[in-house]
Design a protein around this ligand. Structure first.
Ligand code: IVH
Length: 677
C-alpha cells in the first residue's frame, strides 16, 4: 500500500471506529457485531505499526478506557486547590477592589482579567514531559481522588501535549470538567425512559460521571474540559513569559487546551462591568452551565503580594449573577430538626425548574421569616436559587390567594422525639437584629443524633454509609452513636434484609480504612458549636495534639489567630462536658486513631521572631506577616530579648528604639525583600 493510500485508510478507519463506538456506548445501539468492530480496530493497529508517522497520541483509539476500578486512590495535591470568595453585586466588586488596593503599593494601577466561571467539577491535571501523568478531583483542596482513567476519556483533555513551542517538563493544569446542557438533556431523556433518576443540573451530572469506577461509563457521558489556571510549571525555555494570568491562558491555548473564548484583560472597573453585562446577555444560550465571572488581578507579582487568606486567594473574586426566580404553590410546610436541635421550616412543592435545577423544597429559615412574608400553606410563592445554595422562598403572591390557604404554626413538640420545643432569641443577622429560634430541648433527641451521625460519618469520609443506611442501622439497633460505627461487624450487616455479603464487606472495609484520621478532621467531626473545617484546622495547627486542646485555657484559645471569643468559649465549654470526654474516649477505645498534626512550617525563618513597625512601601504589614509565617517564622507584637528582627518601615514607632536598646537587629524593607525572595 502506498503511503498516501495508507493515510487515507487510517483516517477512514478512525472515523468509522469512532462512529461505531459512539453507537455502542453513547446511544446503546450497536449496529455491527463485536467481531466486525474488532477486525476494523486490528486493521488500524497494524497499519499504524507499519506507518508510525500517522500515530496520533491524542486520537480516539488511544482513549481506550482502562479497567473498572475498585475504588479511587487518594492523592495529595502538591499545590493546594483553593476556592473563590463570592461577590454578589457591582458594589461588592468595588469593595473588593478597594480592599486589595489598600494592600498594594500606593496608586498602583491594576489590570484585571475576566473570564467565565464554569459550573462543573474542578480538576487538576499533571503532565510530565508532555504526557498526562495524573488527573485528580479537588477533594478538600489538600487531598483529592485519582480519576486519571476517567479523565483520559474526555477528548478535549490532551493525553500528550502538542505545541509549536517548547513542551514543559512539568506542568499542573487546573480546569473544569463539564457536561454541556445538550448532553444533559439527552442523558435525562434516556434516564427518564429507563425509569432512572434524573440529574438536577450539568454539574451534578459531570461529577456523577467522573465518579464512575468504570471508565467506559464515564466515557459515555461525553464530557468536556476547559483549562483556567497553571498551578505550577517547569519549562526549559525561559523565553516563554508567564508574568500575567493572561500569559497562563495563552500558554494553555498554545498547548491545545480549551480556554474560555470570552477571556479578556480589563484595565478599569468599567471594563469589568461591561464584561459582566455582555456575558449576562448570552449566558442562557451558552452551551455550558456557568456560575458567574471570575475576576483576577492580572499581574502574577501582585497576586503573590495579595496572597491567600483561608481557602481563597485575595487576588480573585467570583462575581455571581443575581439569583434566578420561579413561582410555585406550597403544598405543605415541614419542619426539619438540625444537628443543634434548631427547627427549620421547609416549604414543600411540586418539582419546579429554577436556575437550571429541579427543586421541590425551599427553606423558610425561621418563624420570623414566615410571619414577615406572611406565607401560608397553599400560597403561590416566588422561590429563588443562586448557584449551589438551597433555594429559598422570597415572596408570597397575595393576589393569587383563594381563601383556602392555611396559616402555619410551629409545633409545640418535636416532630421527631416529641420533646418540648422552646423559643430563644438569637442575634443572627448583619445589622444585629435578633430573631426567634425554636429548638428541641431533649438532649437525647434522635433527630439531633441522626444529623450529628451524618455529619460525623461524612467528615470521616465513610462514603459507603449514606444517610439511608445510617438510619437503618440506627432503627435496627446496630448503632446508637457514632462511636458504635467502629464496632460494626460484617455479619451484623450481612444478616440484615437487603444487604448482601458484598455490600457488608464494602462497608466494613471502608470503616477500617477510615479509622485513622487527621487531628483537624477529628476536631471537625466532633461537631463543636461554631467550629467548622477551617477553625478545626487552625486548632490542630496550633496545638498539634488533642490532649493539648483538651486542657487549653479560654484565653489561650482566644489568642489564636482567626479564633474569637465566642469560638474560644465554645471549644472550652465542649471539653469541660463529661459526656463529650466520654464520647472521645469511646471513639479511641473503639479503634479510632488520631494522626499527629504536621509540625510547624519549616523554612528559612524557622526559629526567628519578627516584630513589625512603621509603614512598608511594597506591601501591607498584614501581607508581610503572612510571608514570614509561611517561611516558618513567628511574628509578635512587642520587642523583647527573644526578638530576632525588627522590620522597620516608614514612620516607625517606639519599637525601633526598644530594638536599638536591646541590640536587636533592625531590618530595612529592602533587606527584608531580599530575604524573602
Ligand atoms: S480560578 C482559586 N477560574 O470555581 C481557585 N475557577 O469557586 C481557582 N471555576 O474550584 C479558581 N470556572 O472549580 C477559576 N474560570 C475559572 C473557573 C473556576 C470555574 C471553579 C473551580 C473552583 C471554583 C471556585
Amino acid at each position: 500500500m502506498e503511503k498516501q493510500e495508507a493515510e487515507n485508510r487510517i483516517n477512514k478507519l478512525r472515523l468509522e471506529i469512532k462512529r461505531l463506538r459512539d453507537l455502542y456506548h453513547i446511544q446503546n445501539a450497536p449496529s455491527v457485531t463485536d467481531d466486525v468492530y474488532e477486525s476494523l480496530t486490528r486493521e488500524l493497529k497494524e497499519l499504524l505499526k507499519k506507518y508510525p508517522e500517522f500515530i496520533d497520541s491524542n486520537s480516539y483509539e488511544n482513549r481506550v478506557a482502562g479497567k473498572p476500578l475498585d475504588k479511587f486512590e487518594k492523592v495529595k495535591h502538591k499545590n493546594r486547590m483553593l476556592s473563590l470568595n463570592d461577590v454578589f453585586s457591582k458594589e461588592e466588586v468595588l469593595d473588593w477592589d478597594k480592599r486589595i488596593k489598600k494592600l498594594l503599593p500606593n496608586n498602583k494601577h491594576i489590570e484585571y482579567f475576566c473570564e467565565i466561571k464554569f459550573d462543573g467539577l474542578a480538576v487538576s491535571l499533571i503532565y510530565k514531559n508532555g504526557k498526562l501523568a495524573q488527573g485528580a478531583t479537588r477533594g478538600d483542596g489538600f487531598v483529592g481522588e485519582d480519576i486519571t482513567e476517567n479523565l483520559k476519556t474526555i477528548n478535549s483533555i490532551p493525553l500528550v501535549l502538542n505545541s509549536k513551542g517548547v513542551i514543559p517538563e512539568y506542568i499542573e493544569v487546573r480546569g473544569e470538567a463539564l457536561m454541556s446542557k445538550k448532553t444533559l438533556e439527552n442523558l435525562n431523556k434516556i434516564n427518564k425512559k429507563e425509569g432512572q433518576t434524573l440529574f438536577a443540573n450539568t454539574r451534578n451530572a459531570a461529577a456523577g460521571s467522573l465518579r464512575q469506577l468504570d471508565p467506559l461509563l464515564a466515557k459515555e457521558r461525553n464530557l468536556d474540559f476547559y483549562a483556567y489556571d497553571i498551578a505550577e510549571i517547569k519549562i526549559k525555555d525561559s523565553n516563554i513569559p508567564i508574568k500575567t494570568h493572561k500569559d497562563k491562558h495563552s500558554l494553555l491555548y498554545d498547548l491545545n487546551f480549551n480556554v474560555g473564548e470570552y477571556d479578556k484583560v480589563c484595565s478599569s472597573l468599567e471594563e469589568i462591568f461591561d464584561f459582566i453585562n455582555k456575558f449576562e446577555k448570552v449566558r442562557d444560550s451558552f452551551p455550558f452551565g456557568t456560575d458567574g465571572i471570575v475576576i483576577s488581578v492580572n499581574d502574577l507579582n501582585l497576586q503573590g503580594i495579595l496572597g491567600v487568606v483561608g481557602k481563597a486567594p485575595r487576588y480573585m473574586a467570583a462575581f455571581k449573577y443575581p439569583a434566578e426566580r420561579a413561582t410555585t404553590i406550597i403544598k405543605d410546610i415541614k419542619v426539619n430538626v438540625g444537628r443543634t436541635g434548631v427547627l427549620t421550616p421547609l416549604a414543600i412543592f411540586s418539582p419546579t425548574l429554577v436556575a437550571g435545577s429541579t427543586v421541590s423544597k425551599a427553606t423558610l429559615h425561621n418563624m420570623d421569616q414566615i410571619e414577615r412574608l406572611d406565607i401560608r400553606i397553599g400560597d403561590t410563592v416566588v422561590i429563588e436559587k443562586a448557584g449551589d445554595v438551597i433555594p429559598k422562598v422570597v415572596e408570597a403572591l397575595i393576589k393569587m390567594r383563594t381563601g383556602k390557604e392555611k396559616k402555619f404554626k410551629m409545633p409545640s413538640l418535636c416532630p421527631v422525639c416529641k420533646g418540648i420545643i422552646k423559643k430563644k432569641e438569637v442575634g443572627n443577622n448583619k445589622s444585629g437584629d435578633s430573631s426567634v429560634a425554636f429548638y428541641c430541648t431533649n438532649t437525647k433527641c434522635k433527630a439531633k443524633d441522626e444529623r450529628y451521625l451524618e455529619h460525623f460519618i461524612s467528615v470521616f469520609e465513610i462514603y459507603e454509609m449514606g444517610p439511608k443506611i445510617i438510619r437503618r442501622f440506627k432503627d435496627e439497633g446496630l448503632i446508637t452513636d457514632s462511636a458504635d460505627v467502629f464496632t460494626l461487624e460484617k455479619e451484623d450487616i450481612a444478616s440484615m434484609e437487603r444487604f448482601g455479603e458484598k455490600s457488608a464487606e464494602n462497608i466494613i472495609k471502608e470503616i477500617e480504612l477510615k479509622k485513622k484520621i487527621s487531628l483537624a478532621r477529628f476536631i471537625w467531626a466532633l461537631g463543636i458549636l461554631h467550629v467548622g473545617e477551617e477553625t478545626s484546622r487552625d486548632l490542630a495547627n496550633h496545638f498539634k495534639t488533642l490532649d493539648k486542646i483538651k486542657v487549653a485555657r479560654e484565653e489561650e484559645l482566644n489568642e489564636i489567630e482567626n479564633i474569637g471569643g465566642v469560638v474560644a468559649k465554645s471549644v472550652y465549654d465542649f471539653f469541660r462536658d463529661k459526656d463529650n470526654i466520654d464520647f472521645i474516649n469511646k471513639l479511641e477505645k473503639n479503634g479510632v486513631v488520631i494522626l499527629k498534626a504536621e509540625g510547624e512550617k519549616k523554612g528559612k525563618f524557622s526559629g526567628f521572631n519578627f516584630v513589625l513597625t512603621g509603614t512598608l512601601s511594597s506591601m501591607s504589614r498584614e501581607i508581610a506577616k503572612e510571608k514570614i509565617i509561611n517561611l516558618g517564622g513567628k511574628v509578635s507584637g512587642s520587642v523583647s530579648k527573644n526578638t530576632s528582627f525588627v522590620l522597620v518601615g516608614e514612620d516607625p514607632g517606639s519599637k525601633q528604639k526598644e530594638a536599638e536598646k536591646l541590640g536587636v537587629k533592625i531590618l530595612k524593607e529592602e533587606e527584608f525583600l531580599r530575604m524573602i525572595k
